[in-house]
Design a protein around this ligand. Structure first.
Ligand code: DGY
Length: 331
């Protein structure tokens, strides 16, 4: 079936290199302009792309702001983001131009939760420091007082954002004997709370009572700098902060000050305010474990994300609502 104003083989421009299987399928299904060089498009290239395509497939490394959307040609009808977070896309500007936006929820939940759990274990147990010790040739052998960290079993994890990823983290935490408290825009149904062993609390309680805090909320105007100097001052000096959501959820300067002064014990970060730049002060801090935004970086996850992008484009071509149409934010 063809829909009157929809090309059966739409032109799609994909801004980054994707996994081989996904690019091959896109080539078969669409008039695909793929980026075989593994680099982000320049602003000029992005402007040229939106001016002359039916579908744009961007990633988090592309800034799809109102200015760019204003330069979109009449053909552009769908921005099919490769990724779940859409804070790099001006949703309002897209809506004004009647351009649909889709993302790829669900398929990276488990991978991101795994990486969150890895940080929850790594920071209190000092995995980063231990690795550096060995690689630096500085390990002088086992000793009773060597590399002491904090036990995670029996501790309290505070999850901010109890969407798919937050819930998947809570599920994992149960297996490690960790108690979970959480805060979310909406409280979960009692049955889900019981299944996750998670208790709903306000943010003040979460920040003051948690041994480890994990940020699993989207970056929205409401969560921008949610972790600021005030929130950090509510944390205990032996508590840790883990962030696998977006750098902008934390006021990075305030976090660095809290880490430097010992106001909090440490942080595990996968995301930063100004990626790929990582503040040099973070690099100097021994009580941080720093990862290069790799929460969803598995072969399986990236292939599945590509399939979601394809499913969304195909739905649009068929004139039906794309399954992952984004209205505002994500969970
Ligand atoms: C996501 O899907 O949002 C990941 O953080 C990569 O963009």
């Amino acid at each position: 079936m063809t829909v009157p104003d929809r090309p059966a083989r739409p032109k799609i421009i994909v801004t980054r290199e994707l996994t081989d299987g996904v690019m091959q399928r896109m080539d078969e299904l669409f008039e695909a302009q793929l980026n075989r060089e593994d680099r982000a498009l320049t602003r000029a290239e992005l402007e040229a792309a939106v001016a002359d395509t039916d579908v744009l497939v961007p990633t988090i490394t592309d800034r799809i702001d109102a200015d760019l959307i204003a330069k979109a040609g009449p053909r552009l009808k769908l921005i099919a983001n490769f990724g779940v977070g859409v804070d790099h896309i001006d949703l309002h500007a897209a809506r004004e131009r009647r351009i649909l936006v889709t993302n790829t929820p669900g398929v990276l939940t488990e991978d991101t939760a795994d990486m969150t759990m890895a940080l929850i274990l790594s920071v209190p147990r000092r995995l980063g420091e231990g690795e550096k010790l060995i690689r630096g040739g500085a390990w002088d052998g086992w000793k009773p007082s060597g590399m002491l960290g904090h036990r995670v079993n029996g501790k309290t994890l505070g999850i901010v954002g109890m969407g798919r990823i937050g819930r998947a983290v809570a599920r994992r935490a149960q297996g490690f004997g960790i108690r979970t408290i959480y805060h979310n825009r909406h409280r979960l149904p009692e049955g889900v709370e019981a299944e996750l062993g998670a208790r709903f609390v306000d943010l003040d309680t979460l920040f003051s009572q948690s041994d480890i805090i994990s940020l699993n909320c989207p970056h929205t105007p409401e969560t921008h700098h949610l972790v600021n100097a005030n929130r950090l001052s509510q944390m205990r000096s032996d508590a840790y902060l883990v962030n696998t959501s977006r750098g902008e959820v934390i006021d990075e300067d305030a976090l660095i000050a809290a880490l430097q002064s010992g106001q909090i014990a440490g942080a595990g970060l996968d995301v930063y305010v100004n990626e790929p730049h990582v503040d040099a002060r973070l690099l100097d801090l021994p009580n941080t474990v720093l990862l290069p935004h790799m929460g969803s970086a598995t072969y399986e996850g990236r292939a599945a994300m590509g399939e979601r992008v394809i499913a969304n484009i195909r739905a649009w071509v068929d004139g039906i609502r794309p399954p992952d149409q984004v209205l505002e934010g994500w969970d």
